[in-house]
Ligand binder design. Structure first.
Ligand SMILES: [Zn+2]
Length: 163
């Protein structure tokens, strides 16, 4: 069951996104989603603007119509960061969108609604990427030697006599 926020639904988009992610975090089902390493690498390689465009396109194509094809089963579980983000944010089908985001079924989503749901998807992806920074590679070993690095002067047997 959706966990309703105790504060009223914010009007401004950034606040609405934060408020909605907070509500979603109360759902064990929604909260368990994570991007795969491959998703993260893909998202980083494509860049945010491209993924944001994908989010808009995929939402429009899969849940934007009044009666989406195979509604309830149209969003794969994995294969693209937006797919996973859609399940995590309850933007995967019109049933979830109705229950969580109170947009009625049976009519097309407006551009404003698509933009808002895409912003939600993108913030979820941003957070996952932030929580999983790129592997920095093996830490540089700082070898701290107490002794100076130059080889010790070996006692020279062949030293010229000083006198
Ligand atoms: Zn759904």
């Amino acid at each position: 069951m959706p966990v309703e926020g105790t504060t009223p639904e914010p009007v401004e988009e950034p606040q609405w996104v934060a408020w909605t992610l907070q509500r979603l975090s109360g759902s064990p089902f929604r909260a368990k989603f994570r991007l795969t390493d491959a998703d993260r690498a893909y998202a980083r390689a494509k860049g945010r603007a491209m993924i944001d465009r994908h989010a808009h396109e995929m939402l429009r194509a899969r849940v934007g119509a009044a009666l989406p094809i195979k509604d309830g089963k149209q969003t794969p579980w994995k294969g693209h960061p937006v797919f996973t983000a859609q399940h995590a944010t309850a933007t995967c089908c019109r049933g979830c969108i109705m229950r969580w985001h109170h947009i009625p079924k049976g009519r097309a989503l407006t551009d404003t609604e698509v933009n808002r749901l895409a912003a939600l998807v993108m913030e979820w992806i941003d957070r996952d990427l932030r929580d999983h920074p790129t592997q920095p590679g093996p830490p540089v070993e700082v070898v701290k030697s107490a002794a100076p690095s130059q080889p010790k002067a070996a006692p020279t047997a062949t030293m010229e006599p000083l006198f």
